[in-house]
Write a protein that binds this ligand. Structure first.
Ligand code: SME
Length: 169
């Protein structure tokens, strides 16, 4: 939590505008469908097109008390992640977003792509229930700041509201 609160507060209006536009595009993509699979697939494609300096973006879904690989863009990735393990499992166990400036310094980090040097993971809440996480990797160290966190948390809130999670879990 401290790590999150101590993130540099960017006064970067451009980035705030960027996420406003991006989140508007997400709302449009979600307009006519509630099934999580196509919606997560399009959401990962949108993020992959829009975000600079990333090498992996996608979703893990909470199923049978573990994280299961969902729709993504990037290299093939590990399929199962136990709760509490890696950055993704830590986000679920703590119910907190994780912003990791250097993945090599994160105890238990799970390396799916050796190009990754920093990472952000955001739990997706459907009401009080965590249904999965959004995971984004970057080859740059310290790629994600407070503006990314705020913009992407809003992104996952919009996504959570636009999906009927009972259709897959
Ligand atoms: N690095 C993640 C594993 C998933 S890959 O980055 C796609 C983790 O430590 O949980």
């Amino acid at each position: 939590m401290d790590k999150i609160n101590n993130l540099p507060l960017s006064d970067n209006t451009d980035k705030k505008e960027f996420y406003k536009t991006l989140n508007g595009q997400l709302k449009s993509l979600l307009e006519n469908e509630t099934h999580p699979i196509p919606n997560l697939a399009n959401a990962s494609a949108l993020l992959n097109l829009a975000l600079a300096d990333i090498n992996w973006v996608g979703f893990y879904l909470l199923k049978n008390d573990e994280l299961l690989l969902g729709p993504f863009q990037g290299k093939p990735a590990c399929i199962h992640i136990p709760i509490g393990k890696g950055v993704c499992g830590t986000a679920v166990a703590s119910a907190q977003s994780q912003v990791v400036p250097d993945v090599h310094a994160f105890p238990g980090h799970i390396a799916c792509d050796s190009a990754s040097n920093s990472e952000i993971v955001i739990p997706i809440f459907a009401g009080n229930r965590i249904v999965g996480v959004l995971d984004i990797d970057s080859p740059e160290y310290n790629r994600f700041d407070r503006s990314d966190l705020d913009g992407l948390e809003e992104f996952t809130r919009i996504l959570a509201c636009g999906c009927n999670w009972d259709e897959i879990i």
